[in-house]
Each structure stands twice: as structure tokens, then as C-alpha cells.
Design a protein. Structure first.
Lengths: 424, 424
């Protein structure tokens, strides 16, 4: 889920660093302990080539992968998917997981198989890539505004009858309807109703837009979208719950007004990993667009959960980057091969599994620099591996062509990042 | 060139923001003015497909590209390459440009054609990709430490006789020699002598390592490498010059000691865009590993030059991201389609060309949010384009599959990012 734009980065980073001491000695330290193994090393291409071959390289230890390597613990991820599905069922709502996090057709298939009613994408390019890999029931949560994108969206709708897109403006609605007519389709849309000031139509204007969309000949109104990006990372469950419900109140009235006006409210979708257990309190809410819960990251670990107020451990950290020590020569420091091009954001800091006193700086393009604030758990040689919990999962996944699917510390599956780089 | 690791991010960002007011009214505002055009829009795939066809799409306006689109102004970039080459000639040294910045075989070819004596890479995967696209004389500035990488490096050396790699440790030197023998080659290496505490061998131990490397049967010593990542972004030319010369003093003695000992000092390489006009003051220095000068970015604009102390304008900003306005509904704000997955780092902020009072927040994964601190130069409609100077060029280029090469605001060439994602 996106970083908050209504909460400035400054306060977010302050918040994270103030929780760092605790996090360091709990979530990170509690994650499975690093066990060095003899190092062998394969590149992404070599593993893919070997796995497509008859002998197969399934079974390579994750400690033998060439690095930086993006790994996902499949058992933990599948457990996260099952937990989210069970929670939604208990709350009486559905899940429509957001693929902007994983960009993977394989993971989307697991989510659908577990009971998700559809998959969200942020970009048209993501929708195209996933549909090309067999994912149906895509709901695009951003509006297509340029003529070229609108044409592409209608071509996609033509081949994928369950494709739904967002609309948040009258002129855009007219353009969508005209393009749909040109393509010979009636296109499914939902109204994006703003929470905050980033995207969507303000609640007070939403009903008029919904009525207009409903009258347009080549659009089919399916309901409304209401995503509160700013609420997802609010620290403390109670504060997060209060803010989420306050923020959505006006949109909940839009839902009621649309219903009263006889407009379709079949979909009332929103929420994310930070508010998955809050959104069902909104009357009429149908489904949650949860993304990060499959992987988790340092940013979400820090916000605190309903039960565990200190560490958000409703879901397990499944996504890691394995890195190699390149330099151990300077006291209290290690240099690794995972910098900004392997971890993107440097705030919050990446977590080093098994090293609660490590401060990991990914501010260099090519190098990570660890400064130990206390005693390391062991000594590190050049070539040793380290495993990192990423700062924020979405942009990190977008850097890699493949994720290594790990079971019991060995490669069980190579998952292509199907929509990597599909930012258009 | 990398972000400094010896200079904390906090002081860097403080520095940048304190110069923002000036920058906003000079470098960014002075860049070519945004002229809205009728929007058409093509995706990267569509442009590539059309350009490979007989009719060709060369001539598409950059304002009609689908967005976010990474664009490089070819005239400006070629001017930067010519300027750097002329400066180096005047200083009596050579250039060995770093491809970690552009990751592009096309741009490396332009640099070599202009007179560069070789090309640097940070990663073995980059070297492999560029060599596969016809770039010879690659110098890899990071050490290969895992057995798999060492084997790959020797296979590369076998096919590319001008491939040189860094070494900074005795055990690693032995492993390189053994692998070279196994591959049936004598591999060219240079000693990476540390400046700061990130990578390399401390100066006091470097001569012993050089002697040892010189004796190893399957390694050929070529000289030394001395890159001061921490000095590149020091604000103020005088401070930068003083720190660079202080920091390199011990390494300059290593150079002299190696020379006296009869060891090869054919290469004494280092420096970057921030110190290109300082390194030649070091006796024996042979070549500068300049990277960012081809593109420039907000980070480098802020450090100040020798002549212009306020804005580092020795080279022109050639790299931009074209983005589309998605929402204009909230007063004093605009939302665009270029967030963290289009611009990576959010600090320093991206610059909006022609809008000196715009504060661009790329902290959301998918959206950019502009807050105007003063009056915008014009009103913006949904679908309008904006052009952005990126925060830091290297990791941004690594997000995109292609750069659009622009001349006079039209696409003249599509440049594949040859080594995109080659972080292993």
C-alpha cells in the first residue's frame, strides 16, 4: 500500500526511528535466525535456465543464490493469504488484493484460489501484463486519463469482460464512454471517491458524477472506490481505527445516497493492510484491497496491531533480500552488495535478520553499509550472506525480474515479477 | 555516482532543502519551459514496435509519449560528453565513464567515440550485459567475492580480453588467481584502495596486497582504484576540493610506493562528477570514473560548481521524467502518475521544470503530489504533461526498460537500458 501523502515523510520517519529500539529486539530478532552455509551462487538467469531444464535446480539453498536475491518464503506467504481470507470471512466482507505490491501472476493466482473475488492493479500496464498471464477479474484503481491509455483500456475491456476501471471526473467519464462505443463495448466503471487530497472526486460531488455515469450509454456503473492511503501507516490501532472511520464517513454517505438513488453499489471497495480489520465497520463495505499483507515490511511492522500494540504481527514477514558481505575490514561496520538499487527507499531502514543492533544504510546506489550499535551476534567473513527485511515492499519488488520462492530455506519455485516496470 | 555514506543522509537533505529556494528560481526555472501540446500517447512497447517498423515513429513529440516516460535530451547529453572530454584533456587525464549511471550500451558507445579510454561498471551483471552489446574495455570497480561470481568473471575475461576487475583482499586475490588458472586466463586486476570505510583495502595494507597480487601466477596487476564516494556531493567547490585532496593523500602515497617497488601503476583511477576538476591535482592520477555528468540530477545541481557556487551547472540537465496530471481538483495541489516507482528516492525532491514554487512529493508508490508554495505559472488540466528533473539519476534509470532519446522535443532514438536490473 502507498506511503501516506497526508502524513509527511518526516513524521513517518521520526515515528519509525522512535520505535526502532523495540523493533530491533523483537520482530527482527524473532525472525528466523541466520545460519551460514557453504556458498555456491547462481544468478537469476542460471536458476531459471536450470529449472526449465529436465534436471531442475529446485532445492538450491537460498544461501547459495547469487545476490542481491529477492526471496519470498512461500509457507509464510501462503499463511498470510489464508489468514487474511479467514479474517475477511469473519468480518463478512471479501478480499480484492492489490497486485501493485507483488506484480506477480503466480501470487495473484494463489490469492484467487484462496477465495479473493478479484485483483486490483494501480496501472493499466499491470492490468495488461496480468491479464496476459491468465488473471481475470482485474479492477484498476487509478483513472485512465490520456487518450492513448483510454483506448488501450477499452481494448483490454474487449478481451477481458471482467475488467473494471476507476473514474473520478465528468469529462473523463464522457471520454471513456465514447472510447467504449468506438471499441464496441460497455465498459464497467466505479466512482473513485476521494479520501484526502490525492486522487478521486470529493464526496460532495460524487453522487452527481455517479448519476451522470449511469446515464452514459457505454459505461456500466458498478459502485464506488474509497481508498484511504493516509490511514494505512498510522501508528497505534486505536488511532488508526478512529481516523479511518472519520475519514470514510462522507464516502459512506455517498454510498447511501447512491443506493437511495437506485444506482449500483455492488462494489464499495477500499482499505489496505493497515485497516483490513477496520473497514467492515463501514455499512455496505464490500471488499478490501489489501496488498502488503502477503509480504510485510519494516514500514508495516512499526505501526502496531490490534493485539500486539508494539509490532504489527498479524501477518508474517515473508519477503527478504539476501545480500553478501563485501567488506568486513572496518571495525563495527560491514559493507554488502545491496544498496539503493536493491532496496529502494532508505527510510525506514532495512532490518537485518538475527542482528538487532545493526543499522542498515542503503543510501549508496550499489552498497549497503551496516553499522553495529552493539555487539554483532557473530563475526562475518567476506562472502558471508545476510538476510534483510525490506523497508517498503512495493517498490523493492518492482526492481527485480524474479522472486525466489523458498520453502525450508530452499528454492521451490521461481516467480517472475510479471508486471515489473509496468508503470505506464 | 553513489550517495555519500560518510555524509549522513540527514545532513545531505538539510543541505539540499536549504538551497531549494535558490535552485527553484534558477536551475529549474531556467530549464526549457513547458509547452503543452495535444496529447496522443504511446507506450514504450508501441514506440519500439513502430520504430522497428519501416514507417518509423521517429518524430513523436515527447509530450505525446505515454507516461511516466524517461527522456534524455540527446543534444544536451552529447554536449555534456564533449565538455567532460575537453576538460579531461585540458587537465591531462583520461575519462573512464561509469556505466552504473546510464546502464546503456548506446551511451557507452557515445562516450568511447568521444575519447573515453574505457567504461566502468559496478556489477558483474552490468559488465556481462554491456560486453554482450559490444562494449569492450570494461573495468569493474567492485570486487567479485562469491565463488559463482568469480567463475562468471573469469568466463567473461576469457571472451573479453580487456576486462579488468577490482581486488581488495588477499584471500580474494588467491581465489581470483585460482579461478583464472582454471579458466585458462591471466586476469587483469587493480587494487581497490579505500577512501573512507565502505569498500577497498586501507592504504596502509595496500602495498603488501599489490606485491602479493603481482606474484600470483594468473593475475596481472594493472594499478589502483581510489574512489571517494563521500566527497562527490560535498557542497561548495572549495570544501569539496580540500576534502578530496586530504582524503586521497594516503592513496597517492600508495601509488608512489607501488611505483618505487616496480609494480604496475598504469591505472590510477577514481573520482566522479563532483570531483572531475580536482582529481588531476593528484600526481600520477590517470583517469576519472565520471557517471552522473551525462544526465545530472537535483542532487548534483545543489552542490555548487567552481564558477557558479550556487548551482552546479558545469553540465546541463539532460534526463527528465515526463508525467501526466491525474487530479487537479484540490486547491494548490496536483496529483501526477509519477511516484516512487517512477522516481525512486524522494530526497532531494524532484524538480518541476518551469514551476519554481512546486514541491514534488514522490513518497507514494504510484502517485506524485505537487504542492505549490506560490502561484503556479499556469493552470493545469487533467491529462496535461509535466517534466521533472529526477532526484538522483542512477536508481531512476534502473527502473526503466528504455529511455526516449529526444532532439528538439521529439523522439530521435529509443535507447534500451541494457543493464537494467543487473544488480547481481
Amino acid at each position: 500500500m502507498p506511503l501516506s501523502t497526508t502524513m509527511p515523510n518526516r513524521s513517518l520517519s521520526h515515528h519509525i526511528s522512535s520505535r526502532r529500539a523495540f523493533l530491533s529486539t523483537s520482530a527482527v530478532a524473532a525472525a528466523h535466525v541466520w545460519i551460514p552455509r557453504p556458498v555456491k551462487g547462481y544468478s537469476a538467469e542460471e536458476v531459471a535456465a536450470q529449472m526449465s531444464g529436465s534436471n531442475g535446480a529446485i532445492g538450491i539453498s537460498k544461501w547459495e543464490l547469487d545476490t542481491p536475491a529477492l526471496c519470498v518464503d512461500l509457507d509464510r506467504m501462503e499463511q498470510n493469504i489464508a489468514r487474511m481470507q479467514a479474517a475477511a470471512k469473519q468480518f463478512g466482507i471479501a478480499t480484492r488484493p492489490h497486485a501493485k505490491t507483488h506484480k506477480s501472476a503466480d501470487i495473484a493466482k494463489k490469492q484467487l484460489a484462496a477465495g479473493a473475488i478479484g485483483i486490483c492493479t494501480a496501472k493499466l500496464g499491470e492490468a495488461e501484463a496480468l491479464i496476459a498471464h491468465g488473471i481475470e477479474r482485474i479492477c484498476m484503481t487509478t483513472c485512465n486519463v490520456s487518450p492513448a491509455k483510454i483506448r488501450r483500456a477499452m481494448q483490454l475491456r474487449k478481451t477481458s469482460p471482467h475488467f473494471i476501471q476507476a473514474v473520478d471526473e465528468e469529462q473523463n467519464a464522457r471520454a471513456l464512454s465514447a472510447a467504449a462505443r468506438e471499441a464496441g463495448v460497455v465498459a464497467d466503471v466505479m466512482i473513485d471517491v476521494a479520501v484526502g487530497t490525492r486522487s478521486g472526486i470529493p464526496a460532495e460531488s460524487a453522487l452527481a458524477l455517479a448519476k451522470m455515469v449511469d446515464r452514459l450509454p457505454n459505461l456500466k456503473l458498478r459502485g464506488l472506490l474509497s481508498y484511504d492511503g493516509g490511514a494505512q501507516h498510522i501508528a497505534g490501532f486505536d488511532a488508526r481505527k478512529q481516523r479511518t472511520l472519520e475519514n470514510i464517513a462522507a464516502n459512506a454517505r455517498v454510498f447511501e445516497d447512491m443506493k437511495k438513488a437506485g444506482l449500483s453499489t455492488e462494489i464499495f471497495s477500499g482499505g489496505g493492510t493497515g485497516t483490513y480489520n477496520i473497514q467492515h465497520l463501514v455499512p455496505g463495505f464490500t471488499d478490501i484491497q489489501v496488498g502488503s499483507y502477503v509480504f510485510m515490511d519494516m514500514q508495516y511492522l512499526a505501526i502496531g496491531g490490534e493485539k500486539n500494540q508494539a509490532v504489527y504481527d498479524d501477518f508474517a514477514s515473508s519477503l527478504t533480500v539476501v545480500a553478501t558481505v563485501l567488506n568486513n575490514r572496518f571495525p563495527g561496520r560491514l559493507t554488502t552488495d545491496a544498496g539503493a538499487k536493491a532496496l529502494t527507499l532508505n527510510m525506514p531502514r532495512a532490518g537485518v535478520i538475527g542482528e538487532p543492533t545493526a543499522d542498515y544504510n542503503a543510501g549508496s546506489d550499489e552498497f549497503g553499509v551496516i553499522t553495529f550499535k552493539g555487539e554483532p551476534s557473530r563475526s562475518y567473513k567476506i562472502g558471508d550472506r545476510l538476510e534483510l527485511i525490506v523497508p517498503h515492499c512495493d517498490p523493492v519488488v518492482n526492481l527485480y525480474d524474479v522472486m525466489y520462492g523458498i520453502r525450508n530455506d530452499r528454492v521451490a519455485q521461481v516467480l517472475p515479477v510479471t508486471a515489473r516496470g509496468r508503470s505506464q
